[in-house]
Write a protein that binds this ligand. Structure first.
Ligand code: ADP
Ligand code: AMP
Length: 243
């Protein structure tokens, strides 16, 4: 049997509205392929909780459910992608969220990973290892219960849902018993803003990748494990022999 974790899968982008299941599927990809999850939302929340300059700039914008500026995000992503654990590939969850961010990511990948290799062979490698973009398609009526029911473990990060994946014991993590937490932006009035931001600013990201033939739509209305099977298929077809 092929050891999937032993090969480089290249970049994977998970695209979809808040509540589509990006974080849930990213964790499955981490477990199977051994590549890191890079969630810009998690990175920003960490900055907010540490009270850094970035956190102070982002806090009020996030609380309103709007997108932070592209410039703020670029610094965070560039720094994270420089870390050694990204060499074999990585899964981006929550980034890119504007067409400008998608263009910036392509330029960064080209520069970082292929800078010193301007040969035709490397142009082919670049094409082969351009991110596979998995678009999680969910009926909008599913998003509200997914978001209002979302709970996470502050210790291990495991995700739950009070309606769809409840913990065994009410509000406690199955793995370590920690009290589960609710995200402060998972309230109906903020959710409405986040969905509006998705419609206005993030939908064009799908078009950006569609015209470049990198978009793989997946039916994310199905139970988690069925969505995961489609996600793994998309990755294995895009990177059949690593990259
Ligand atoms: P996103 O990262 O896209 O905002 P999450 O992965 O955090 O979404 O999922 C949002 C909520 O929906 C979580 O509570 C999660 O447990 C739940 N969820 C994720 N995928 C599914 C699914 N396929 N069916 C039902 N609930 C799901
Ligand atoms: P998420 O955890 O992905 O739902 O993101 C939470 C919040 O972080 C969003 O509502 C935005 O305010 C901010 N955010 C996360 N990623 C980005 C991004 N790529 N661009 C702009 N804002 C972002």
């Amino acid at each position: 049997m092929v050891n999937r974790a032993a090969r480089n899968i290249g970049p994977v982008v998970l695209l979809g509205p808040p509540g589509a299941g990006k974080g849930t599927q990213a964790k499955q990809i981490v477990d199977r392929y051994g590549v890191p999850q890079i969630s810009t939302g998690d990175l920003l929340r960490d900055h907010v909780s540490r009270g850094t300059e970035i956190g102070l700039a982002a806090k009020a914008i996030m609380a309103r459910g709007e997108l932070v500026t592209d410039e703020l995000i670029y610094g965070i992503v560039a720094e994270r992608l420089r870390q050694a654990d990204c060499k074999r590939g990585f899964v981006l969850d929550g980034f890119p969220r504007t067409a400008a961010q998608a263009g910036w990511l392509d330029a960064l990948l080209e520069k970082t990973f292929f800078e010193n290799l301007p040969t035709p062979e490397n142009a082919a490698t670049l094409e082969k290892c351009a991110p596979v973009v998995i678009q999680l398609l969910v009926d909008y009526t599913q998003l509200l219960p997914r978001l209002t029911g979302r709970r996470s473990c502050p210790t291990c990060g495991r995700l739950y849902n009070l309606h769809f994946q409840p913990p065994l014991v009410n509000e406690l993590c199955d793995v370590d018993g920690s009290k589960l937490v609710v995200r402060s932006d998972d309230r109906e009035e903020v959710i409405a803003e986040r969905l509006a931001a998705y419609e206005a600013q993030t939908k064009p990201v799908a078009d950006y990748y569609r015209v470049r033939r990198r978009l793989v739509p997946v039916n994310a209305d199905r139970p988690v494990e069925e969505v995961t099977a489609q996600v793994f298929d998309a990755i294995d077809s895009h990177y059949p022999a690593g990259c």
